[in-house]
Design a protein around this ligand. Structure first.
Ligand code: MG
Length: 408
């Protein structure tokens, strides 16, 4: 995806609101998770409301007044460059090192790029689709101009592929679809011909399940989720069996939010804010990834709170639970403090208020289009945002109001 420009918002400055000096002293007890595409940017253009929102979120030194983490399903190896550009466009002062998110390496990471996280899980020998195509030139037949002119000698020294990781939508879908299927059907040796289809197939991991995303065009663009739909259906059609994922990474998966929470905690520690964070607000434009994910995490937090309360009761009446012996020690206060993760849907991206998610979830659920991934349950209650606002600036204003936080 293209890099973002740095135009200044042409709109008027937000009106001044009376500042209560005591309020400015209050350390934050809430934080934000921002999606990027359709919330802060559209393609290479920064959304003016995002610049307005960040004027409220930053102090006069360009430092965040409350903890913020950017959580995007999009990404590639240049993501850290884009993160820096986005920070500049929003007036956010972060160093190049702190802009990119690589598991545990940067103490002050602000950005979660799911594919980058995936790239850091410790695989040692990585081959790309291009490497496979080069080693086995007879596999990629759709584009006649890319077919080999002469019959190449057979490749014999190519390593056996032990797993497939899908990071994001490829450039040439026909090549990737064909070669990934070849790898799965050949047990990782696409030069070989097997008598029977191996099943289960070698492990497949996928990042970014977003069916659609919003760039400059008026209509949404195909996301990696659309590519996965193609791959799953081709596999099913060819083999009669289900393509199985070892893991699905990114929003709306819980692990993405756990990592975001961890980054929020690091930020709070680094800034020396004394109070723990009790509430997170996740702002996004995609009901299926941003809203479903935040609501799913909220449900998880509530269940965790309940389990803690029950364990507390048991402890107080002196009932020992042998199952939880190792975990009976109270956890770090901060983790215990997080109570909720509220979802805020904006109308500047994929979601349109006149779209296909019904206002009443009991109505027409059969006809409603489900844009979520095959392996996620169609639970309409998880698609309902806690709040729906026009844009990210309104989202920030709403949260500041709810939290009695001064706007300037
Ligand atoms: Mg988005």
């Amino acid at each position: 995806r293209a890099s973002w420009g740095q135009q200044r918002a042409p709109g008027p400055r937000p009106s001044l609101i009376a500042i209560n000096p005591l309020m400015l002293q209050t350390p934050p007890t809430f934080g934000f998770l921002f999606d990027i595409d359709g919330v802060l940017v559209r393609g290479r253009h920064v959304i003016p409301a995002a610049q307005e929102a960040f004027r409220k979120l930053l102090d006069s030194n360009g430092q965040l007044r409350v903890p913020v983490v950017f959580v995007t399903n999009a990404g590639n190896c240049l993501q850290h460059v884009k993160a820096q550009e986005l920070s500049d466009a929003l007036g956010l002062k972060v160093t190049r090192e702190s802009a990119s998110s690589v598991l545990g390496r940067n103490p002050v990471s602000l950005f979660i790029s799911v594919p980058l996280v995936g790239a850091c899980v410790g695989f040692q020998n990585v081959v790309t689709i291009q490497d496979v195509r080069k080693a086995f030139p007879l596999l990629d037949m759709v584009d006649q101009s890319r077919r080999p002119k002469e019959l190449p000698p057979p490749t014999t020294d190519f390593p056996t592929i032990e797993g497939v990781i899908l990071f994001g939508e490829p450039v040439r879908w026909e090549t990737s679809l064909q070669l990934i299927i070849d790898v799965l059907l050949s047990n990782g040796n696409p030069g070989a011909e097997l008598a029977a289809v191996p099943y289960p197939h070698i492990p497949v991991l996928a990042c970014n399940m977003d069916l659609l995303w919003m760039a400059e065009a008026k209509m949404p663009r195909f996301g990696h989720g659309t590519f996965l739909v193609c791959l799953e259906n081709i596999y099913k059609k060819v083999t009669g069996r289900e393509l199985k994922y070892e893991a699905l990474i990114g929003k709306p998966s819980i692990v993405t939010y756990q990592y975001a929470e961890y980054l929020i905690k690091q930020q709070v520690e680094r800034r020396g804010w004394p109070s723990p964070i009790c509430r997170l607000y996740a702002v996004g434009d995609n009901p299926m990834s941003d809203i479903y994910g935040a609501n799913f995490y909220n449900r998880y937090l509530k269940a965790a709170c309940q389990a803690r309360a029950q364990a507390e009761v048991k402890r107080s009446v002196g009932v020992a639970d042998p199952q939880s012996e190792d975990h009976s020690e109270p956890k770090e206060d901060w983790y215990v403090s997080l109570e909720s993760c509220k979802s805020i849907l904006v109308c500047t991206g994929v979601y349109s208020p006149h779209g296909d998610v019904p206002a009443d979830p009991h109505e027409s659920t059969v006809e409603t289009v489900f844009h979520g991934h095959r392996d996620f349950r169609f639970d309409t209650s998880l698609l309902e945002a806690s709040y729906v606002v026009q844009d990210v600036n309104e989202a920030v204003e709403l949260v500041f109001e709810k939290e009695n936080w001064s706007q300037e």
